[in-house]
Ligand binder design. Structure first.
Ligand code: GAL
Length: 978
């Protein structure tokens, strides 16, 4: 049976050979973006193409915006699956129910269109998902697949000065869908630009800029190969050579840290094309990836193209925002997971400086469900389609300095087709490296790449002791193309990975999975994820696993990552009063930065000045500097030294003066002891016991009022947290999935049995046992209350009973205050959320924030918002209102929110969380770490919270209303600089 074009395995027919992409030249072009007529059919009726014929009246049709996805414009709905195909796997056949969008656009040529030479014109589609058939003025041009790749057609002979009709039929499903099983929403449509390009006589066709850098000589060698002969000029370098001719000149090299570009022009007889040339040489030497002779370290992210309103149709401003945010968070590399991005994004990477792994639009992950049977990458019939994809990527993007590695695709298993792609790419472009993760033998690649390998394995690999693969592999450099799964709260454990990248030359860093949460804006849910559109098969919120929220607000995970990968290191020697500053850049000196020291104290005093770090300090170099004596250390207050590097001397092209780049803090004097709160006698009066400022229920021993504030919930032991995505883990991950085990054990419904309420001289003791129904495990918990008349101290001791085989989610107390106590101030870690293994960006200071702003708005609600290392915290009625002050012994984790943990746990979307009449306050002695188990390793042993005997105390005092000028309101969790 002959299959229709959408189901045959061919990449398409009728389009031009792939070539270099450029945004501008002096040839005229016409954007065909805008409002198009649109009609959706439930099936791919390939027979009726009458809509494409001259004179068809589409006046009754709806309209959609191009670029765009029709499912985000009121026609049909998006579908989210991670790796399963949302249709039966019977390649290359697709379902009869195949939403098909007919698009029509009429256009006139602009007045300045060179009609005298109308002959040459090309129609370019930059991205259509998943298969398109195209007609111009009633003549069929051809059809194509390869959604995130450009396709061009010759159309000059068909153009009219006015009334041109462009008709495009787009099928959601095609044979190409089998090759595009990336973990993301399925979003059909013409989602990138459509452009008509005038092609004058003698215009440039394809050209390839080769610009290498010899780091020994300090010279660059340029050669532009062009299908059409012409000249290449680079005025700044005095270069004026014929195409195909090499020239060597003194240049400054291009690197991601120093993205030096030279403007040039390729002039063919009929066209002048601007060139942006970056000189750099990438190679593997001695088992290490080097650029311009130096080892580089990837501090990377995986970036899908995503916008909460427009899906994969991104405007230029959004692309620029992504690159700026990355640069501002010390990120130096992007893997374009899992397809070539809009080419304008690569222009920005060239200009602003990011290393790019450009990945081909290829993933066949769903075949793993069939034991990889029928996998297209191991079936010769599909090889032409694979080669077409490889060529379209390489030809389009080959002139970008930022692209240093080609990636064959993602999660395709192994097969001959991949080898064919690698061979073709090597033959076409010998100057870049090849990446592919899915083949453990690394037969086709220049590097060993893995995703989500745990720390121990990364250490082994770093030592070149990975004996589970061929010996040849051990000579290759290593990268983690994905790690640190940023789903929900997290990822944890990044500092420990970074230490392994620093310790072993072979370990050249990695790429966090992933840049952005793909939550689609939704009127009911806030942001929607898989299942919210009624999909039959879906993978829930696994699509929300980014370092920025859907609106691109940085998450605490991004703040932590920024700190972990900061390009300046600080080590303090308290004895000598010196700091060792190390330049951790791979290429740049420190001349763009200024440095600052500050001593800060608990009593809000601070003192600071400039730290004279030599600007010429080169990459990898260190300097030891004497610090001024800690001026505040003699006071009776805990003091910290903060050191910061800021963009200072000049603004960069990615941020302005005073932007924080790196930061560290060190304690220079200890915390003074809290004066004991003893002396008062508890008094029983009827149903109540009074002790200093506290009133207790005499029967239960529960605290009812504190300084006249009626507590809405008495302090008591709490171990439950709304499991994070990383607590819940993924089914395919090894190791215990704590979030599930906790619930199974009943840790979310602990019962508090009262054993005794005892009054002695200076002590009110409440003895309890806290345990889940149906289990014999428990926590014997004793609350001991004392007071010195003005303050009330609670000492909690916890003794586990039975066999605890899981870590505890948290260990602390929770209490409820009336809703008006909605402003927090604390001395401790902030301003952003932190957990034991995500605390890199948590800085000790005095922070001031509304409780509402202490919440981290994960798309699927879960545990969030803890502040680390808190010495004391206050909750006040208004910014200068009265309230409660609590000091911890030792420092504690502080969390406050307007809903309970149970409500947080039950919520599935942000909109489920509605403030109640209580501010719930958690004062935690311990928190379990976060880890990355939603798609990676769990919590490292040193960050786990185990049930063990514990003692901790809190001293409560009244916080008087203070008509004082409050310190500035702390920034929200998503601030962009330290
Ligand atoms: C990887 C895959 C990504 C994404 C991630 C989990 O296996 O390459 O596309 O699915 O896991 O979020």
């Amino acid at each position: 049976m002959e299959l229709p074009y959408l189901e045959d395995v061919s990449p398409g027919t009728g389009s031009l050979p792939p070539r270099a992409w450029y945004a501008r030249s002096d040839a005229t072009s016409l954007s065909l973006n805008g409002s198009w007529r649109f009609r959706l059919s439930p099936a791919a009726d390939t027979a009726d193409d009458s809509f494409a014929s001259d004179g068809y009246d589409a006046g009754a049709w709806d309209t959609v915006a191009v670029p765009g996805h029709w499912v985000l414009q009121g026609h049909g709905a998006p579908i989210y699956t991670n790796m399963v195909y949302p249709f039966p796997v019977d390649p290359p056949r697709v379902p009869t129910e195949n939403p098909t969008g007919d698009h029509l656009r009429t256009f006139d040529l602009p007045d300045d269109w060179p009609t005298t030479t109308i002959g040459g014109a090309t129609l370019r589609f930059d991205g259509v998902e998943s298969c398109a058939r195209v007609w111009l003025n009633g003549t069929e041009l051809g059809e194509f697949k390869g959604s995130r790749l450009p396709h061009e057609f010759t159309v000059g002979h068909l153009l009219k000065p006015s009334g041109n009709v462009l008709a495009v039929r787009v099928h959601q499903w095609s044979s190409g869908s089998y090759l595009e099983d990336q973990d993301q929403w399925w979003l059909p449509g013409i989602f990138r630009d459509v452009t008509l390009l005038h092609r004058p006589e003698g215009c440039a066709l394809d050209f390839f800029t080769h610009a290498s850098y010899d780091h020994r000589a300090g010279t660059g060698t340029l050669r532009v190969d062009s299908d059409v002969d012409g000249r290449v000029t680079v005025p700044e370098l005095g270069v004026d050579v014929a195409t195909g001719e090499s020239v060597t000149v003194d240049v400054e090299p291009w690197t991601a840290e120093t993205p030096r570009l030279y403007d040039g022009v390729l002039a063919t007889p009929g066209e002048r094309v601007p060139l942006r040339i970056g000189f750099r040489t990438v190679a593997v030497e001695d088992g290490v990836i080097k650029v311009n002779g130096r080892r580089i370290l990837f501090r990377g992210v995986n970036r899908h193209e995503f916008h909460p309103q427009t899906g994969r149709a991104l405007d230029l401003a959004t692309m620029r925002t992504d690159v700026l945010l990355m640069k501002q968070h010390n990120i130096n590399a992007v893997r374009t997971s899992h397809y070539p991005p809009h080419p304008a994004f690569l222009d920005l990477c060239d200009e602003l400086g990011l290393w790019v792994i450009d990945e081909c639009d290829l993933e066949t992950h769903g075949f793993t469900e069939q034991g990889w049977r029928g996998n297209p990458v191991d079936d010769d019939r599909w090889t032409p389609a694979l080669l077409d994809r490889a060529a379209r990527m390489v030809e389009r993007d080959k002139n970008h300095a930022s692209v240093i590695i080609w990636s064959l695709g993602n999660e395709c298993g192994t097969g001959r087709g991949l080898t064919a792609m690698a061979r073709w790419i090597r033959a076409r472009d010998a100057d870049r490296l090849i990446h592919y993760e899915g083949d453990a033998t690394c037969a086709d690649t220049d590097m060993y790449s893995r995703m989500y390998a745990d720390h121990a394995e990364v250490e082994r690999i770093g030592r070149r002791e990975d004996t589970d693969g061929p010996r040849s592999r051990r000579h290759l450099p290593f990268i983690l193309c994905e790690y640190g799964h940023a789903m929900g709260n997290g990822p944890g454990g990044l500092s420990e990975y970074q230490a392994l990248f620093d310790a072993h030359e072979r370990n050249q860093g990695g790429f966090i999975w992933e840049w952005i949460d793909h939550g689609l804006a939704h009127p009911e849910f806030g942001y929607a994820y898989g299942g919210d559109f009624g999909e039959e098969l879906h993978d829930g919120n696994f699509v929300c696993d980014g370092l920025v929220f859907p609106d691109r607000m940085p998450s605490p995970g991004l703040e932590a990552y920024k700190r972990v990968i900061q390009p300046v290191g600080f080590a303090y020697d308290a004895g000598a009063g010196t700091v060792r500053v190390t330049n951790l850049h791979d290429f740049a000196d420190l001349s763009h930065l200024s440095f600052e020291w500050t001593y800060i104290s608990d009593d809000e005093a601070s003192e600071g000045g400039e730290l004279a770090v030599p600007p010429e300090l080169g990459p990898g170099e260190s300097v030891e500097l004497k610090l001024p004596d800690p001026p505040l250390a003699s006071r009776d207050a805990e003091t910290f030294l903060h050191l910061a590097a800021m963009v200072g001397v000049t603004t960069t092209n990615w941020t302005k003066l005073d932007h924080g780049v790196a930061r560290a803090e060190f304690r220079v004097s200890p915390r003074p002891a809290i004066p004991p709160a003893t002396g008062e006698r508890p008094q029983r009066e009827g149903d109540f016991i009074t002790l200093g400022p506290g009133t207790f229920d005499a029967r239960t021993g529960e605290l009812h009022t504190l300084n006249d504030i009626p507590l809405t919930s008495a302090p008591r032991l709490d171990i439950w947290r709304a499991p994070t995505d990383n607590d819940n883990g993924a089914s395919w991950q090894g190791g215990q999935r704590n979030g599930l085990v906790w619930r199974e054990l009943g840790l979310h419904r602990m019962q508090h049995r009262l054993d005794a309420v005892e009054l002695t001289d200076e002590l009110l003791t409440v003895r309890t046992r806290v345990a889940p129904a149906a289990r014999d495990i428990g926590l014997r918990t004793v609350y001991r209350w004392t007071s010195d008349a003005t303050r009330l101290r609670l000492a909690v001791s916890v003794m586990p009973e039975g066999e605890w085989t899981v870590p505890l989610p948290r260990l602390g107390i929770r209490l409820g205050l009336p809703a008006e106590y909605g402003v927090a101030q604390w001395f401790g870690g902030g301003p952003c959320e932190a957990y034991p293994d995500t605390a890199a960006a948590s800085d000790i200071g005095t922070w001031f924030m509304q409780v509402d702003r202490m919440q981290t708005p994960y798309v699927r609600p879960q545990e969030n918002g803890a502040r680390a290392d808190v010495r004391w915290a206050e909750l006040r009625a208004g910014f200068d209102g009265e309230g409660v002050r609590v000091a911890g012994e030792p420092a504690f984790w502080f969390t406050a929110r307007r809903w309970t943990t149970e409500q947080l746990d039950a919520a599935t979307h942000r909109t489920d969380l509605v403030p109640g009449d209580t501010v719930w306050v958690h004062l935690d002695h311990g928190q379990h770490g976060i880890g990355s188990q939603s798609c990676g390793p769990g919590v490292l042993p040193q960050h786990q919270l185990h049930a063990a005997p514990a003692e901790f105390a809190f001293t409560f005092a009244r916080r008087d209303a203070a008509p004082q000028v409050p310190p500035p309101v702390g920034p929200p969790p998503g601030r962009t600089s330290p």
